[in-house]
Design a protein around this ligand. Structure first.
Ligand SMILES: Cc1cc2nc3c(=O)[nH]c(=O)nc-3n(C[C@H](O)[C@H](O)[C@H](O)COP(=O)(O)OP(=O)(O)OC[C@H]3O[C@@H](n4cnc5c(N)ncnc54)[C@H](O)[C@@H]3O)c2cc1C
Ligand code: SF4
Length: 536
């Protein structure tokens, strides 16, 4: 067995881990930090233009090797396993939650309150936006106040978005530019966005991706990164409730198990694998898994639902200008008193629906010459927009991740099964919620002589979170507000797993803001060293 000693062992190498390692390395220079990541490092910015081209030309996967074939599960289980995690692929949309998310119980008698004040979280949102490099336009609504401007000017609107914004305005619903972690000017050593429309693989580095942070930390020798190394179990001290080791296996050297010893461990393995690891780490004193005296590890798994529509409107839209960019309205983040509770965001994109290139008419006739042009002119007379609302829904206690012993990886570990369930209050108001969203879509359509072509609803929860929810009471939560496990003084869980509820808009900025807050508390475990000591 190979054994590594380190001051801080971070398990997982996604966006939360990147931000945590970065901030702690600044707060405690000289601290030895080891990041252990199950997947491989894909540090290939110089090849991404080519990978992008091959993906467009041949439909090839632009991210080969970003998953582990037998590390999979039932339900919405995150499959990306590589240094950078899911945010290698993300769209970079960086919306904030709102104060209501933190006060659901005291304001509406629903779900639970978060053990943190909005004013404090807002401070860390600013820091997260600075570190990720977010461009944005401030919300015009006073409730969305911010204490710092966005670090970058908003993305220029395409012709299409300008038209769609005017349409929204006509309907009485204000829309503005969706904030994104994409450079609208050179930022943090990375290039400016060229609006090339393939953000799932960004060839320029304009969209923030955690691999950049890890590469920088490695170049500056601030961390050690052990990739291809899956942590299989956390080990408890013989007599105390402290964690003494993380046992792992390196996929390149499977016959030589690895052990990490550290005074402090942080699980930064995302919403699915964090609870999974804690449940796998059961022992005689914690028969239900570590950090699980409350029985709540893997419970209250959350996320938001969505309802979307395509709406045909009089406005002319020419799809393909910058489809990755959209407008947002936060008008409906606040539920109206005296009405059925409903909160959601609202986004608008240009849509190609009805405007796809074609050589045949609806009745299958071949179109050539004037016929082809006339067909296009007729179809381009009206435009299509895609609209979508992410809806605030609340998890039931039994919305859970459990170990599925019928599916095991090559090491014999049972894989996770996630079964998302909504609480009874959410289920009871679903018809009213649907009706409310339908009315908004109709209002939008009416404002431009439009018609709703199709509506759709997701059958899964997006931006999943939960499983180690934070709180002040150890019998109803797994961690405190900093992610420190109630049951283990030297174990933290950061980011998405700690969310009690998942808001009604993209969650990653919130995962990062919470992680940056945890970083300060984690750093405080280690004494600040003098410059002499640091340089040794
Ligand atoms: C296509 C796509 C688009 C998205 N777009 C957006 C967006 O626009 N806006 C937004 O807010 N969110 C978006 N998301 C979601 C966003 O990517 C995730 O919320 C975010 O990346 C989660 O980061 P994380 O650090 O919590 O976890 P992860 O990214 O899952 O990182 C966890 C890491 O831990 C590793 N790991 C797990 N278990 C172990 C173990 N036992 N040992 C060692 N390593 C382990 C995993 O391999 C993984 O790399 C998108 C996601 C996808 C897939
Ligand atoms: S549109 Fe901008 S952020 Fe997206 S892939 Fe192109 S350069 Fe990158």
């Amino acid at each position: 067995m190979t054994r590594h000693e380190t001051d801080l062992c971070i398990i997982g190498g996604g966006i939360s881990s990147a931000m945590l390692a970065l901030k702690i390395s600044e707060l405690r220079p000289g601290l030895s930090i080891t990041v252990v990541e199950a997947g491989s490092r894909i540090f290939n910015l110089d090849q991404r233009m080519n990978l992008r081209r091959r993906s467009l030309d041949y439909g090839e996967n632009p991210w080969p090797g970003d998953f582990i074939s037998d590390q999979a599960g039932q339900g919405i289980v995150s499959r990306t396993m590589a240094v950078g995690g899911s945010a290698l692929h993300w769209g970079g949309v960086c919306n904030r939650f709102s104060e209501e998310d933190l006060r659901l119980h005291s304001m509406f008698g629903l779900a639970v309150d978060w053990p943190i004040e909005w004013k404090e979280l807002e401070k860390f949102y600013c820091e997260a936006e600075r570190r990720l490099g977010v461009n944005g336009e401030p919300s015009p609504l006073p409730e969305d106040w911010r204490s710092e401007p966005y670090p970058m000017k908003p993305m220029l609107m395409s012709y299409n978005l300008t038209q769609l914004k005017a349409w929204g305005q006509k309907s009485g619903i204000p829309f503005w530019i969706t904030p994104q972690a994409k450079n609208t000017a050179p930022y943090d050593g990375r290039a400016q966005c060229i609006r090339c429309n393939t953000c799932a693989i960004c060839p320029t580095g304009a969209r923030y991706s955690p691999d950049f942070t890890f590469q920088r930390l490695l170049a500056e020798k601030k961390i050690e990164l052990h990739d291809q190394t899956l942590v299989r179990k956390l080990v408890l001290h013989d007599t105390s409730d402290k964690i003494v080791a993380a046992q792992a296996v390196n996929r390149a050297k499977p016959d030589d198990p690895v052990e990490y010893r550290a005074p402090l461990f942080v699980v930064a393995s995302g919403y699915a694998w964090s609870s999974h690891l804690l449940l796998l780490s059961l022992n005689s004193r914690f028969p239900n898994g570590l950090a699980n005296k409350s029985g709540l590890v893997g419970k209250y798994m959350c996320g938001h639902q969505y309802i979307g529509a395509h709406i045909e409107i009089d406005t002319k839209i020419y799809p393909g200008m910058n489809e990755e960019h959209s407008l947002i309205s936060r008008r409906f983040f606040r539920s109206k008193p005296g009405r059925s509770f409903v909160r959601h965001d609202l986004r608008i994109w240009e849509s190609p629906v009805g405007h796809e290139p074609r050589l045949r008419s609806n009745d299958g006739r071949l179109l050539l010459g004037d016929d082809l042009l006339n067909d296009w002119r007729t179809r381009a007379r009206r435009g299509t927009a895609r609209v979508r609302a992410y809806i605030d829904v609340h998890p039931d206690r039994d919305s859970s991740l459990s170990l599925d012993s019928s599916v095991r990886n090559r090491w014999g570990d049972p894989m996770p099964a996630i079964d998302h369930r909504l609480d009874s209050a959410t289920l009871a108001r679903q018809a009213a919620t649907k009706q409310h969203i339908q009315e908004i879509f109709e209002t939008l359509a009416k404002a431009d002589n439009g018609k709703i072509i199709a509506t759709s609803a997701g059958d899964y929860l997006d931006h999943p979170a939960g499983g180690c929810r934070m709180g002040t009471n150890p019998s109803t939560s797994v961690t405190d507000s900093y992610g420190r496990a109630h049951d283990h003084e030297n174990l933290y869980v950061v980011g998405s797993p700690t969310l009690p509820t998942a808001g009604c808009t993209n969650g990653t900025l919130t995962f990062v803001a919470l992680t940056l807050r945890s970083a300060e508390r984690i750093a405080a475990h280690f004494p600040a060293r003098s410059a002499n000591v640091q340089n040794r």
